[in-house]
Design a protein around this ligand. Structure first.
Ligand code: HEM
Length: 358
């Protein structure tokens, strides 16, 4: 006789019993239960579940991006996946509000029991950073050690098992293949280069002629424009050792083109994609800052259980561990409609939606 098919229930489908057997407060084992440790565990576990979902989204986004030519119909779902990641990250920032209902004194009731465990060892968080494009060399070192050196061997292996290229490098390759940046006699590079340099030089002239500016401010503004000009020029001399761009010159050029002519129909989805990556970078940075502030509130300037300086280290990661920072820097070189070189008609037609008419 064949067995009756198992009837799915809410509990069996979601494995609720297993899930609810995963909270084991350390303080309970010492016989002095700390009430807030349950919250601490559940908040961290909820993070790990969301991290898993982010990695799941990245799996498909990166598989779509891995194609030699990214299919048009896949661009929409890449954008949808990136937006979903952004929404999850916003939720993760908000989740810290719940944890902050725990007082520093409440945390002290069990904090010592956690050593040497630390969020620093979250493999999924490290995978998200690496898959997005944070390179090991760009990371802040602690006590002269790299992030990997500080992980347990089994966690290090889990990280090394992921051989996916980063989303940043995939983005670079995709942008570098952007058509339309040069067509026939038209070269965006040539027409735009002169326009940006002229606009920045105009800014420099108006700063030096502004009588209302105090001298130290004038010098600082002039130096900032000089630096912006040097960064821009480095794009046209890709071998320049002074280049601080992370992406290739071709990719930056294409990202600029897309951002400037974003209203052209064929550029709308690519533009949304660039926006979504900036949203992700921004919300991840907000999480880093918010987490650093919460840590300061909980433990002041004490070092972390993972051996870092604590909130000081975490604040520095918000500045240094940016991933799509080049996209933000591009804004320095955007021009308003008055200065924007017009696109040739033939190119505009190629980038429009035209149905039927030859
Ligand atoms: C009372 C709450 C918390 C405190 C006091 C705290 C403290 C710290 C400290 C001091 C560090 C630096 C590494 C170290 O030396 O240990 C750290 C890193 C980290 N924590 Fe937390 N944390 C808290 C909550 C959370 C939560 C809820 C998460 C969510 C998963 C989390 C995830 C992380 C991650 C991913 C890192 C590594 C950051 C990096 O290296 O860029 N932490 N935490």
């Amino acid at each position: 006789m064949s067995e009756a098919p198992r009837r799915l229930s809410y509990g069996s489908y979601l494995q609720v019993d297993r899930l609810l057997s995963c909270q084991e407060p350390e303080s309970l084992k010492t016989g002095a239960p700390a009430h807030d440790e349950m919250l601490f565990i559940i908040v961290h576990q909820a993070y790990e579940l969301w991290f898993r979902q982010i990695l799941h989204e990245l799996d498909r986004i990166q598989a779509d991006f891995a194609a030699r030519t990214v299919a048009d119909e896949h661009l929409g779902r890449i954008n949808a996946g990136l937006s979903r990641i952004h929404e999850i990250l916003k939720l993760l920032v908000g989740q810290l509000d719940v944890l902050e209902t725990m007082t520093p004194a409440g945390f002290l009731e069990f904090r010592d029991l956690l050593t040497p465990a630390s969020g620093f060892q979250s493999v999924q968080f490290r995978l998200i950073e690496a898959r997005l494009g944070l390179h090991d060399d760009a990371r802040i070192r602690i006590d002269e050690q790299s992030m990997r050196e500080r992980l347990a061997p089994e966690d290090r292996d889990k990280l090394s098992a992921d051989t996916n290229p980063s989303l940043l490098s995939q983005l670079d390759a995709w942008l570098a293949r952007t058509p339309f940046v040069a067509l026939g006699d038209y070269s965006f590079r040539e027409s735009y280069r002169a326009a940006v340099i002229a606009a920045l030089q105009r800014d420099a002239t108006s700063i030096s002629a502004d009588p209302a500016l105090p001298e130290p401010q004038r010098q600082a503004d002039a130096a900032a424009i000089e630096q912006a000009l040097a960064r821009f020029r480095a794009l046209f001399e890709p071998d320049a050792t002074t280049s601080t761009w992370r992406m290739s010159a071709r990719a930056i050029e294409a990202a600029l083109f897309i951002s400037l002519y974003r209203d052209m129909p064929v550029l709308q989805l690519p533009f949304r994609l660039l926006q979504a990556l900036m949203d992700i970078d921004e919300s991840l940075t907000l999480w880093r800052l918010r987490h650093a502030l919460m840590v300061e509130r909980m433990i002041g300037v004490r070092p972390g259980t993972g051996g870092s300086s604590g909130s000081g280290y975490l604040k520095a990661t918000a500045e240094k561990h940016r991933i799509f920072i080049d996209l933000f820097h591009l804004s320095t070189y955007l021009l308003g409609p008055r200065d924007l070189p017009a696109l040739p008609d033939a190119l505009r037609r190629r980038m429009g939606f035209s149905y039927g008419a030859a």
